[in-house]
Structures are given as C-alpha cells and as structure tokens.
Design a protein around this ligand. Structure first.
Ligand code: FES
Length: 566
C-alpha cells in the first residue's frame, strides 16, 4: 500500500504523472527530497480569530512539528473549521457535525499516514474524534489545555461558572453595572479552555481515558511549559503511529467506552459529554445507552471537587494529580486491559505513574464527595427516551417533588416573558422551555439554564426545577433537566405540556412524568400535528436544511443519521 505523499494521488488519468506533479508542487514549498520521502503526519489545525481558546495554537503547532521532525516524519498542517463557543450563532453544537465532516473528509482526501488532532474548545474535541474515527487512520489528539484563573477583589475567578454566578448577582441587583463590567475583563485572561470541569475539560479527560491523548496530558494548563513538551511528545508519537499504528477503532471498545463513562461520572463532568460520547461511539457502531449511564452512575462515586460541581479549578486538578489520579482511585471499577495511543494497557500505565494525589481535590474511592456519579438519566411519560440531570451541580432538596408547569414555547417567548413582572410564577413551579431541541431550527442551544424570573431572583430565589429539550453549558449549575427526548419539535410529550399542568420529578426513582390524562394528550397531539408554525421553522436550504433533516435525537448523540456506522 502507498505511504506518505504517494498515497491517494490526484486523479489525472495517469498515475505517474500525478505523482510527478504532486512532488513538483511539494518541492515548491522548499522541502528537500529527503523530507518528502518521510512518513507524513497531518495536523488538523483549527486556530481562528473567532476562537479565544485556541490562541496559543501557533506555539503548540511549532512544538508538534518539532516532535514529528525529530522522530523522522514530515509534519503538514491543514486548516479545519474552528468552533469558538461564544462566537457561533445559533450555537456551536449545530456545527459540530459539520466540523466532523470537514475533519473526516480532509484526513481521507489528503495523503497522510497518521494525524494529530489539535482541539480544545467544547465542540472541537468531539468533532475531531468523530471525524478521525470515521476516517480510520491512526489519530492522536492534543488538547488545548485549560486557561488559568483570574481574580476579582481577592476572589479567584474562572469562566464560565463564575460568569453565571456574577451575572445572577447582577440580575438580582447585588452587583452594579460598573462592577460587572470590571468582572467581564477578569473572567477569561489567558489562552486555553474554560478552567472548570466544563465540556472542554470533560472531553479532554474522556479523550485521554479512551486512549486518544498521551497519558497525563488532559489537564496540563494551556500556558504551562508541560503543554509544549506534551505537544512535542504528541508529534513524536504520531510518527510511531504512522509507521505501525493503532487505529481509532482499536481504541474505541465497549470496555474503553465504559471506562470513559465512569470517568465522566467521577469527575462531575458535563452533560454535553453524554451526547458527544454517544456520537463518537456511534461512529464505530457502539451504543451508549442512558440505561447504561444509570447503571454505572449507581456504582461510580463522584470524586472530583471542581467547579461547577465543587470548589476548585482545573489548575488545582492538574497539580493534584490530574486524570491519572482519578484513574488510580477508580482502578477497581475500570477495565484495565484497554489500550492507549502509546500501545500500553491502562494497567501498565497505572503501574508506572507517580502516586501523588491531593485528596482535597480528588477524593479517595472509599471517601468520595458523593457515593454516586454526577449525572443521572430520568425516564417517564414526559421523557420516554430519557433526559439528563447533573445532580452533582443541582440542589438535592428539589429532587422529589411535584410542580406546576410554567411553559415557554420558544427561546423568543422565554426572553420576552421571563422577567415580566406580571408573570404568574412561584418558587415551587417548574419552568419549561419547549422547541429548543436538535430539530427545532435552533440547533439545540445551551439555553436549558433558564434564568430565574426577575421577580423571584430579586426575592432571593437561587434555584428552581427547569426542564427543556435544550442543552446547558458544562460550566453551568442548578436543578436543570435537559435533553428531554423526544424533543418538542418532533411531537415529543414536552411539546404537549401547557402552563398549569402538574409535573412529577423523582430523582431517586429516575422518573419524570407529566400528570395529564392520555385522552387530553391525544387531543393536544392532534392539535400539534395541525400546527402550521412548525412548517415555518423549517430550514429551506444549505447546511441548516441538512441539519434539520438528518440530525438524530439526543439519545443518539445528535449525529447525522448518514454518518453513524452501519
Ligand atoms: Fe472554549 Fe469554554 S469557551 S472551552
């Protein structure tokens, strides 16, 4: 089989001519014949002026290339789509699948023997893994690493858990406009991803657990010299992979996926990671069911004391032992035969590692923060295919109760009425947001963190039960039930809820039920089918059309139906 630049020649109808032309153009970049005969390491490279989290990528790229060249390879970076979380409208989630297609097709179309995936901001890591897994050549991921925290009046700050906390205080009139403006400049102050256990850091930990990053690299801060050393080592390893590499399919086994779920639960990771892991596994025909999540959650304790579930930040996680310490604590629960990208088993890795752990931040297995995992799936008549609650970041006093539904039927409706002083809402009510799921035309934004209505937040209410088919940021907190499936826009029961209905929540029984008779629901369902508004939301062309017609529900990872492995 052809290797290096001889792979996948451009079609001109004459193979020798194609090879001659390719090398001729490659030489125009100033490479010697020796360099052009080396194994080629592609580097999927998504820096962008619209992505603050990747602002140090030029420096990391230099280090990756240094590693590739010193190990005898030829590094060739190629740009891909970048997704900077807060710069994308309507939401980066809508473009995760597009990025995955870009990564997959460019890996497949260009001549490379292995690929380094440089990613960081929330959706970039899953998009790259989805694409690389489908492309099938050896792939190693290098994550951006978390940013360092900032400080405001002696208090440590980290985006974006503290962004939300301060914004809630500003909405409640506890912070002035002058102070919130000051805080705005102090929340995110270095390169790197959000410094809490949000989606980016969760996915970095998952990538390392699945074996796609070098051991010990998930939590290294973006600006730390170790991050550059990890970049160089990643480049070196990519050359080894180019010569005789593990393929993504060999890493993505039933056992490694279970390990990744255990880690997600133990670190109090992001709800988004459930969707992403499902999509990644789906690319090799493996399933991540919410029932499996609950089974593992029952026997996986929450160990990591990081925001938004706990008190600390990623820089503390790193100095407290990082993911390696979590894996050592979880060892009795893990499948130790799983391989990582360096070819060693998890058992071999853990034997070699430093045994230091700071138990203030990473608790021992026999003395956890909570005996169960940070996430739980709920099922019932309101969510027949499931919903997710991040119980580690929620108020457990709200877990067993009935509530009156206060319904907002769209994001616009929510923003128009939530702060209306005439809104009939009490602290014990359940706020419901409809039509913010994958097929709603909004791309399933992180709007599940519904604000507390102004009249209640002004009165000191900090949390309420909030239910939607949307997602929430991995940095958010509160008693927030998300990913209700099927979503409202495709006729799920969530779309049939009306203000005043009674909803019953029982986290202990994993239940979420709508207490409305089947007869009444049938009437509402018939009305829903005749609702002409649904048609108006439909995208007419382009990527939005593709998305709306092919995205699957949250329980299938919101991947496109035609990208999942058959
Ligand atoms: Fe990029 Fe949070 S904004 S990780």
């Amino acid at each position: 089989m052809a290797k290096g630049l001889k792979k996948g020649l451009t079609q001109y109808g004459d193979q020798d001519f194609s090879r001659y032309l390719r090398y001729s153009f490659a030489r125009s970049m100033g490479y010697s014949g020796t360099m052009l005969s080396r194994p080629v390491v592609g580097i999927a490279y998504p820096p962008s002026g619209f992505n603050n989290c990747h602002r140090h990528f030029p420096e990391l790229l230099d280090a990756v290339k240094r590693g590739v060249i010193s190990a005898g390879g030829l590094p060739l970076e190629f740009p891909t789509i970048s997704l900077g979380e807060s710069f994308i409208n309507p939401t980066s989630m809508m473009f995760r699948n597009l990025m995955s297609m870009d990564v997959e097709e460019m890996i497949r179309a260009q001549p490379m023997d292995s690929v380094v995936l440089m990613g960081g901001c929330d959706k970039t890591l899953p998009a790259q893994l989805m694409g690389a897994v489908s492309a099938g050549i050896p792939a190693i991921q290098l994550v951006a690493g978390p940013m360092m925290t900032g400080s405001h009046q002696g208090e440590q700050l980290g985006a974006c858990t503290d962004c939300r906390r301060f914004w809630a205080q500003y909405r409640a009139g506890e912070k002035s406009k002058t102070e919130i403006d000051l805080i705005e400049g102090r929340l995110a102050t270095t390169a790197g991803t959000c410094p809490v256990m949000g989606t980016a850091s969760t996915m970095a930990c998952i990538s390392e657990t699945l074996g796609f990053t070098l051991p010990g690299t998930a939590a290294i801060p973006a600006v730390h010299a170790d991050r550059l050393r990890a970049s160089e080592a990643t480049g070196e390893q990519a050359v080894k992979l180019a010569n005789a590499g593990l393929t993504p399919e060999q890493l993505l086994t039933h056992e490694s996926i279970e390990n990744a779920i255990r880690v997600l639960l133990a670190i109090g990771g992001s709800t988004n990671a459930v969707i992403h892991l499902t999509a990644i596994a789906g690319r090799v025909g493996k399933e991540v069911s919410l029932k499996t999540l609950n089974r593992l959650s029952d026997s996986t304790p929450l160990l990591v004391n990081l925001k938004p579930s706990g008190a600390h930040y990623m820089e503390h996680f790193f100095t407290s032992g990082g993911l390696g310490a979590v894996l050592r604590e979880l060892k009795p629960l893990l499948h130790l035969n799983c391989l990582d990208i360096s070819g060693q088993s998890l058992e071999e890795r853990l034997k070699k590692e430093d045994s230091y752990v700071n138990h203030q931040v990473i608790r021992p297995l026999n003395d956890p923060i909570e005996p169960q995992g940070g996430l739980v799936a709920l099922f019932g008549s309101l969510a027949p295919q499931g919903a997710i609650l991040k119980r580690s970041a929620a108020d457990s006093s709200l877990f067993e109760r009935k509530g009156r539904a206060i319904v907002f039927n769209s994001l616009e409706d929510l923003s128009n009425r939530i702060d209306d002083s005439k809104l009939d809402v009490k602290q014990d009510d359940f706020l419901i947001l409809q039509n913010a799921g994958p097929r709603s035309g909004t791309g399933m934004p992180e709007s599940g963190y519904l604000p507390i209505p102004a009249k209640l937040s002004n009165a000191g209410v900090k949390d309420m039960v909030r239910i939607s088919d949307a997602r929430m940021s991995g940095t958010a907190f509160g008693t927030i039930i998300l990913h209700v499936t099927p979503e409202a826009s495709v006729g799920g029961p969530l779309g049939l809820v009306r203000t005043g209905d009674i909803i019953e929540l029982s986290v202990s029984e994993r239940r979420l039920d709508l207490n409305v008779s089947e007869n009444e629901l049938k009437i509402r369902r018939d009305e829903f089918k005749q609702n002409p508004e649904m048609k108006e939301n439909n995208a007419k062309r382009g990527y939005a059309w593709l998305y709306q017609n092919h995205v699957m529900q949250a329980d299938e990872g919101c991947d496109f139906d035609f990208l999942k492995a058959k």
